[in-house]
Design a protein around this ligand. Structure first.
Ligand code: 5GP
Ligand code: ZN
Length: 111
């Protein structure tokens, strides 16, 4: 499958990996929107996070657990996690991912 994030998981496309388990990978976003901007993804390909929940609910928990572990590693206890599902919500890469953003203040509601 021609998927950018699958290639990052297997190492055929370079990325700055910050943490990895046998089921989840965290790496720095190539176009950071905050001083800390990490993407947390399942190693297995799913189109979006709803599909992860449908087929492997425990994996959703592992993704959130990885996100809080990475936040702890960066020394932040205030951060935003964001999941874009579908094009009109801003999803541009169709391999499920959670955005972990930190290191600045964030506005609400989001744009
Ligand atoms: P989405 O818009 O799908 O929610 O988020 C996709 C994210 O992937 C974007 O924030 C974008 O900057 C990031 N991204 C796209 N291509 C690459 C890449 O080749 N490497 C890394 N590390 N991040 C990427
Ligand atoms: Zn993929």
């Amino acid at each position: 499958m021609d998927c950018l994030f699958c290639k990052i998981v297997i190492g055929s496309i370079p990325a700055e990996i910050v943490k990895k388990s046998d089921r989840v990978t965290a790496f720095k976003d190539i176009s950071p929107q905050a001083p800390i901007h990490v993407l947390v993804i399942p190693n297995q390909h799913f189109e979006n996070m709803a599909k992860v929940a449908e087929f492997d609910l425990a994996l959703v928990g592992e993704i959130f657990d990885m996100a809080s572990s990475v936040a702890k590693d960066f020394g932040i206890d205030s951060y935003r996690t964001n999941i874009n599902t579908g094009e009109s919500a801003g999803q541009s890469v169709f391999h499920a991912h959670l955005h972990l953003l930190g290191g600045r203040t964030f506005a609400w509601p989001p744009g």
